[in-house]
Design a protein around this ligand. Structure first.
Ligand SMILES: [Zn+2]
Length: 244
């Protein structure tokens, strides 16, 4: 049986003499694995369209034992990511996060949209990579069921004080008077940025801008919060940090 879906290549494992085993994020069926037969040969029709970050309309053939890529109508390659090792490492971290958290055998439009847009802004220098990393981490945390409680102070309900206090394990927010336990202090600007990332409509998600100081503290909170929720480390993230 054949079926088609928009999809992006998240990971490639070379197999056999010239085959590629692809891990893809598909719009209609979430994370999927599929073989691209002979795609490692330069003259093969799948050679150019099954590289890392290739996005397009994929047609698959589902066999009894495995799924194969029949063809791909290429839409975007995010080629500019290759020009900068820092951007490339960050993009691979995003891919790895998707493999870990995106659903399987079900609609994954929300995940694909977040990844495609973030890669677009990253590849084309439209936004600070550090900002994109924080945005991706915090929005993804919310999508996978770990939305932090940012509406107001956990204790008294106060909407905003400057600074505020946030617990990166529980995701609870406290005002300047209640403070909470196990919390760290964050500027109101940082909390406002976190609120934007978590609550804004997708259409407005990338419109936020943050100064360097806010980025510094955003960075400490979003990564910690997500990794706490997922409970694992990422090789690609470690690598990104070594070259940053
Ligand atoms: Zn309070």
């Amino acid at each position: 049986m054949t079926f088609s879906s928009d999809a992006i290549v998240l990971k490639i494992t070379k197999t056999g003499e010239s085959d590629r085993l692809l891990t893809l994020l598909t719009r209609d069926r979430g994370i999927m694995k599929a073989f691209a037969k002979a795609a490692d040969r330069p003259k093969n029709k799948l050679h150019m369209s099954t590289n890392l970050f290739c996005y397009g309309r994929f047609t698959f053939y589902e066999g009894v034992k495995s799924t194969k890529v029949e063809e791909c109508d290429l839409n975007e390659t995010f080629y500019n990511l290759q020009s900068d090792i820092g951007k490339l490492a960050l993009a691979q971290y995003f891919n790895e996060l998707m493999i870990e958290t995106a659903p399987v055998e079900t609609d994954a439009n929300e995940y694909l949209r977040l990844l495609l847009n973030t890669l677009y802004f990253l590849a084309n220098d439209k936004k600070n990579p550090r900002f994109l990393k924080s945005l991706f981490e915090m929005r993804l945390s919310s999508m996978i069921g770990y939305m932090p409680s940012l509406v107001g102070c956990k204790e008294c309900g106060e909407f905003e004080t400057d600074p505020m206090f946030f617990n990166t394990e529980s995701g609870e927010l406290f005002c300047n008077f209640c403070k909470g336990t196990g919390t760290k202090m964050f500027s109101l600007d940082t909390v406002t940025s976190m609120r934007h990332i978590v609550f804004s409509d997708f259409e407005k998600l990338y419109s936020l801008s943050a100064d360097e100081k806010t980025l510094d503290s955003l960075e400490t909170v979003t990564e910690k919060y997500l990794l706490n929720a997922i409970k694992r480390n990422f090789r690609t993230l470690d690598f990104y940090k070594t070259i940053k």
